[in-house]
Design a protein around this ligand. Structure first.
Ligand SMILES: [Zn+2]
Length: 115
């Protein structure tokens, strides 16, 4: 049996999702910790509850370095753009960002995720 997913995950390696070769059910793997999850748990969610630890100590500053990506659907065209946050700031794959270096998708993600 695997443990249920806790509220916080601490490990050196970021969590990943695999399918159990035995049961075919999804599992979250973070370092040497294995958690039973259901299909509704996403990698984004796992990353959001994850803290990198080195030698048992949380390394908070690495969270800012870690690149975060969000898929945003355009309300006008229905096209899906990728908004990412990294060390060099926010980026979006839409044309508007290409011209102006800012766009409504980034604003939307910032607002919804308090980034
Ligand atoms: Zn955009």
């Amino acid at each position: 049996m695997y443990n249920a997913l806790p509220e916080k995950i601490q490990s050196f390696m970021p969590p990943i999702i695999i399918k159990s070769p035995h049961t075919g059910k999804p599992l979250a793997v973070a370092g040497d910790q294995w958690f039973a999850i259901d299909e509704t748990v996403t990698l984004d969610y796992l990353r959001s509850i994850w803290t990198r630890t080195v030698g048992g100590k949380a390394v908070e500053e690495n969270k800012n370095v870690e690149k975060k990506e969000f898929q945003v659907e355009s309300s006008r065209t229905g096209e899906v753009y990728t908004v990412s946050f990294g060390m060099s700031g926010a980026h979006c794959t839409c044309a508007g960002y290409g011209f102006r270096r800012k766009c409504s998708h980034i604003d939307k993600v910032r607002k919804e995720n308090s980034l």
